[in-house]
Write a protein that binds this ligand. Structure first.
Ligand SMILES: Nc1ncnc2c1ncn2[C@@H]1O[C@H](COP(=O)(O)OP(=O)(O)OP(=O)(O)O)[C@@H](O)[C@H]1O
Ligand SMILES: [Mg+2]
Length: 237
């Protein structure tokens, strides 16, 4: 049974125009899966639908449970966390506080977040070094690490990432992907949307191509890297 199973999901924004027309995809336990597609194809909307951030039709099962129609906090509590495009770091909060705000559900249940913080700081030593620094003062790469760290604080089984490499220098892009690999190896499944398709396909085993609101292709990343049509369309020829 896949960890995440998206079946025939369609969705519209408030203007009523349907932008997803029956998305089908699955992420198995322990996998890192990439979603690629042109601008406006519906990648972000697919992640938002999974996270319960817009009204959708169809079926989205997580861990065997139907989550379509549930509220976002409930979906987060079940074990999905999202790293949005643009990172969403709180500029006026310290690194430490940016991480702590993501721990509320655990603290409320009387559990300590100390281990989660340790785990994030172990994964991202730079965040430990800069723990007192305010969010705005971090570099783009450090903000991305912080956004990923914050998602980890919620103890996810599945992480959704929207263009984590956007705007990062090439050496940092590789570092971000290496971190994602470590997180994945620690047992967190990953669904990744990426413009940097080459890099994403190198790090994932399975990939889906979204075109105009539907999944047009599903294949192993290595096969996709060899696909002439895909190369021309998404990988710069
Ligand atoms: N808030 C919104 N209201 C109305 N339409 C929207 C909204 N956000 C996105 N859309 C439309 O939905 C479609 C899919 O957008 P989406 O952001 O999911 O694409 P994407 O694949 O993530 O693109 P990009 O690569 O540019 O991030 C586009 O036609 C877009 O114009
Ligand atoms: Mg997008």
């Amino acid at each position: 049974m896949p960890l995440l199973e998206v079946n025939s999901v369609s969705a519209s924004y408030a203007d009523g125009v349907e932008v997803l027309h029956g998305i089908d995809l699955a992420v198995n336990q322990g996998e890192m899966v990439t979603l690629i597609g042109a601008n406006g194809a519906g990648k972000t909307t697919t992640l938002r639908a999974i996270m319960g951030l817009l009204r959708a039709q169809g079926s989205i099962k997580f861990d065997g449970v139907e989550i379509l129609g549930r509220e976002t906090p409930e979906i987060a509590k079940l074990g999905i966390s999202m790293v949005p495009e643009g990172r969403g770091v709180f500029p006026g909060l310290s690194v430490y506080d940016n991480l702590r705000v993501a721990t509320t559900p655990w603290i409320r249940r009387g559990q300590s977040a100390a281990e989660d913080l340790d785990r994030v700081f172990e994964l991202f030593p730079i965040l430990a070094e800069r723990r007192k620094q305010l969010g705005w003062s971090l570099s783009g790469g450090q903000q991305q690490m912080l956004a990923i760290g914050r998602a980890i604080m919620a103890r996810p089984k599945l992480m959704l990432l929207d263009e984590p490499s956007l705007g990062l220098a090439p050496n940092l892009v590789e570092e971000v992907f290496e971190k994602l690999r470590s997180i994945n190896e620690q047992g967190v499944s990953i669904l990744l949307v990426e413009q940097n398709a080459f890099m994403a396909l190198e790090y994932s085993r399975l990939a889906y191509v979204i075109e105009r609101g539907t999944v047009s292709k599903q294949m192993s990343s290595s096969a996709l890297l060899d696909d002439e049509g895909i190369k021309a369309a998404y990988l710069g020829g």
